[in-house]
Design a protein around this ligand. Structure first.
Ligand code: NAP
Length: 277
């Protein structure tokens, strides 16, 4: 069940965090994997891990906000493996310099976040679809923030919501080509970016507060996302398209929002008071 043997999977942002987890889960399920991202040494390390598992891997240094780089991922993947069966649009984030309250948001902060998480994510999906001459599965990693308020990075939530909307349109327009398009919307997943010094979850107290908002009482692991992607890439998911799969340990259930708001209020003002204007 859920074997990806004989399939080729491309993962953008595959060098670390959730993308690395997805890449390794895909390889464990039998796929050959193309890992793409901006940091070549991280990509090479993941490719080596995959090769140790007995699968083939190609590392492609690419910035998905550059059209030529997107084309190079397609070229290198098809050159190495002949075909792309699954493309995971995982590259994305909001840089700390772009985090802030909507009242203070600048156009350049909007552009960086929305361009990466919506515009270029869409054009990567378009490039993947054009290359999928035998059909395939496109998976967009969105976020719980795409269907909830996302205080302190509102433009990130809006971009993820945009991709979730486009997921449905892509599914409708490309279904007759045998191309399925789905999104996976995680809640908080523990990665090295979060736990590094100065990261959002570098303090155990912050982790604990997050856990208190999750009915299943743990943060997500990168494999939680990877395993859902394996399913969506597999033939067993061949009648699923246009969907957004929520992957949150239950934290999208609205009751969690109240607890989350305490956390947000604290970050806005430092002491729980209203933010200064
Ligand atoms: N972690 C969470 O709690 C969480 C929750 C919901 C959704 N998500 C989503 O899950 C995805 C992965 O998140 P993460 O937490 O693993 O993030 P991360 O640790 O910050 O990793 C981001 C990945 O994207 C790559 N990347 C960033 N900009 C890129 C660009 N312009 N071109 C190519 N690659 C780029 C990075 O590699 P390079 O820097 O080497 O290019 C890195 O591999 C993102 O779409 C994020 O929005 C994460």
């Amino acid at each position: 069940m859920f074997s990806l043997e004989g399939k080729t999977v491309v993962v953008t942002g595959g060098g670390r965090g959730i993308g690395k987890g997805i890449s390794l889960c895909m390889a464990k399920a039998g796929a050959d994997v193309v890992v793409a991202g901006r940091t070549l040494e991280l990509l090479k390390a993941v490719a080596q891990e995959i090769e140790k598992m007995g699968r083939k891997a190609v590392a492609v240094q690419a910035d998905i906000t550059k059209p030529d780089d997107i084309q190079r991922i397609v070229h290198d993947a098809t050159h190495a493996f002949g075909n792309i069966d699954c493309w995971v649009n995982n590259a994305g984030s909001a840089d700390p310099k772009d985090v802030g309250a909507l009242m203070d948001l600048r156009p350049d902060q909007w552009d960086r976040v929305v361009d990466l998480n919506m515009k270029w994510t869409f054009f990567a999906a378009q490039a993947a679809a054009r290359a999928m001459t035998k059909g395939g599965s496109i998976i967009n990693i969105t976020s719980r923030s795409g269907s909830q308020p996302n205080p302190m990075t509102g433009q990130y939530g809006a971009a993820k919501a945009g991709i979730e909307n486009l997921t449905a349109t892509m599914a409708v327009e490309w279904g007759h080509l045998g191309i399925r398009v789905n999104s996976v919307a995680p809640g908080v997943v523990l990665t090295e970016t979060f736990t590094a010094p100065g990261g959002t979850l570098s303090k155990p107290s912050r982790i604990q507060r997050q856990i208190e908002t999750i009915p299943l009482r743990r943060l997500g692991a990168v494999e939680d996302v990877g395993n859902v992607c394996v399913f969506l890439a597999s033939d067993e998911a061949s009648w699923i398209t246009g969907e957004v799969i929520q992957l949150t340990g239950g934290s999208r259930i609205p009751v969690g929002l109240l607890t989350y708001l305490h956390h947000v209020n604290e970050r806005l003002s430092g002491d729980g008071k209203k933010p200064e204007r």
